[in-house]
Design a protein around this ligand. Sequence first.
Ligand code: 48F
Length: 266
Amino acid sequence: MKEEIKSVDETFITKAIIKKAADDWIEFSECDVIVVGAGPAGLTASIYLAKSGLKTLVLERRLSFGGGIGGGGMSLHKLVIESPADDILREFGCRLEPVDDNVYVTDTAAMMAKLAAGAIDAGAKIILGVVVDDLIFRSSPLKIVGAVVQWTSVSMSGLHVDPLPIKSKAVIDCTGHDAEVLAVASRKIPELNIMVPGEKSMWVDLAEKLIVENTGEVCPGLYVAGMAVAALHQTPRMGPIFGGMLLSGKKVAELVIEKIKLRGNL
Ligand code: 48F
């Protein structure tokens, strides 16, 4: 005989959600790393950051993760991955189909799901529906010490609602083509001398190489990975080939882990 469905009072649902969400926000209001954007670069970075034991918070504007993965190439549900980035996807159980020597194709849905599951299983906290619209900074020495967060829905409404600050040892801009966090830093903290000229037109091989090469620290406490690197360094775009995004995410994680360990904070 089937068990009867458990009866749950309406206000119990309300209280459980508010209490548990508040617990998370309080817990993560001070963390090791804030990753802004849950696209391929942000998800990959958060996997390795969380695996290393760092308290990692991923803040994503949309109500879904994956960023540009879901759109595949011109909305076709496949993406191209070149080696050695295929190893990263294999590590998280994503199936790859070889199409040439060291070149593979995967399903967009599989890649989104496997990277996100990898990050969550490693211990990263992903919060959807929030936008990072500013940074917290200190001078002497000049450094970034956190990010400022607003609900996406509030931000879209145009209502005047003050956001909330979250402190961290590092903030990583993984916001993609518009490099939104760096753009804010450039506009609102001019002493950082950050310029965001935007990416160049397509040149796949060069783009993939330069994305990984230029991934790294922008100023103390602020890092960049993924397509935001191209916007910062005015390097070419590459379209729906994703090896560079994954390798960039992994590289930034390694740099942040190294830096935080060096500071003796871990
Ligand atoms: O755009 P996105 O996928 O960036 P990425 O990780 O990868 C780029 C590729 O998708 C593709 C490409 C590579 O071949 O050219 O375009 O560099 O993911 C960025 C994520 O950041 C979120 C956005 O919704 C997306 O999911 N995002 C952008 N700005 C903010 C943000 C913000 N200010 N606050 C929170 N999330």
